[in-house]
Write a protein that binds this ligand. Sequence first.
Ligand SMILES: Cc1cc2nc3c(=O)[nH]c(=O)nc-3n(C[C@H](O)[C@H](O)[C@H](O)COP(=O)(O)OP(=O)(O)OC[C@H]3O[C@@H](n4cnc5c(N)ncnc54)[C@H](O)[C@@H]3O)c2cc1C
Length: 387
Amino acid sequence: MSSLSPISYKEIRESIRKVCGDFPGSYWQALDRDRQYPTKFVEALTDTGFLSALIPEEYGGAGLGIEAASAILEEIHRSGCNGGACHAQMYTMGTVLKHGSEKQKAQYLPAIAKGELRLQAFGVTEPDSGTDTTRIRTFAKREKDHYIVNGQKIWISRAEHSDLMVLLVRTQARDEVPRPSLGLSVLLVDMREAIGQGLTIKPIRTMLNHASTELFFDDLKVPHENLIGLEGEGLKYILDGMNAERILIASECIGDGRFFIDRASNYAKERKVFGKILGENQGVQFPIARAHIQLSAAAEMVNKAAKMFDADEFCGSEANMAKLLASEASWFAGDACLQIHGGFGFAEEYDIERKFRETRLYQVAPISTNLILSHVATHVLDLPKSF
Ligand SMILES: Cc1cc2nc3c(=O)[nH]c(=O)nc-3n(C[C@H](O)[C@H](O)[C@H](O)COP(=O)(O)OP(=O)(O)OC[C@H]3O[C@@H](n4cnc5c(N)ncnc54)[C@H](O)[C@@H]3O)c2cc1C
């Protein structure tokens, strides 16, 4: 499919369900066991054109908004699949689209839209500065026609499966700039050239299959022409992209939550214990009903944030609140689903324990619950800053 427009969200959801139907639980279980990347799933999704939903039509994408992208990711997760392997291919290009030069956009976006170029690595977090981004230490020293990058990143997803990476570096030390948020810059690193030439990627085995890695930069050369926007202003560009990321991750949580509620309801209607259907007991019904109520409320907030984003309204607080509510609602739904399945909830073949592990991530990454609470306390409620 070259373009998704015009297409309704209902059609998008149906198409996604069809693609996901070819990737049942057994496919994900096998990958999970060996922590392998879902290459075939990502290829199938790329072929549908859905991963280029957010790229404007003039660059060969579908030119859709975050609401459409949310529908895509929610449906992937509701189907029992996981968009984590490729969701960043949808939104990481936003940094190039919004802040890149015309030359950079023309050079990269059409190839990303076609799926020929993978831009799905986003390097911000470091071992000594996760949440506290202005303290990153990876440094790019400006030389005649290139930067020399030294430092380390951690938890960088999909680095082994990406051709390009959006990398946040310091180009001026924190104590040399008037404000800590200055002196940070964004470089577009061509991973194909960088690996073995100053970039080393080390996979990290985690509790979920998320292609997590650690990156080591040792005198990596990055051409000046790969600087995105202005030197020293990079933090703004990164923060700009984070609202889209939070809304889309929240949509994945809504999808996970619906997966758990579907599974819990179906099981409660089938399983017989003490000679009667499990779901006849209100003690079993109520957690499912509560999960549905919490998830529905969270979904409303996700929709609100997505609509504001698409209308170019400032939606920082709504995106954060949507992510917090959705990640907690999906976790509650997962816990209820696991409990209702009794011992079977722990069996790999039921997919519930896998989804349970997967959805837990979203209370920590891409931003943790405490940091959202702190944002709302200080930015919405005007309470004093604590850091
Ligand atoms: C599987 C996975 C994939 C990831 N993918 C990427 C990626 O692709 N790119 C990338 O750049 N990063 C990625 N991350 C990193 C992720 O964004 C960070 O882990 C997250 O932002 C938290 O940072 P931290 O781990 O350094 O926690 P820390 O900053 O060390 O915080 C630890 C805990 O303390 C809490 N805390 C910290 N400060 C305060 C405070 N002042 N008040 C109250 N509580 C506080 C936090 O909320 C958190 O729960 C990924 C992480 C994981 C686990």
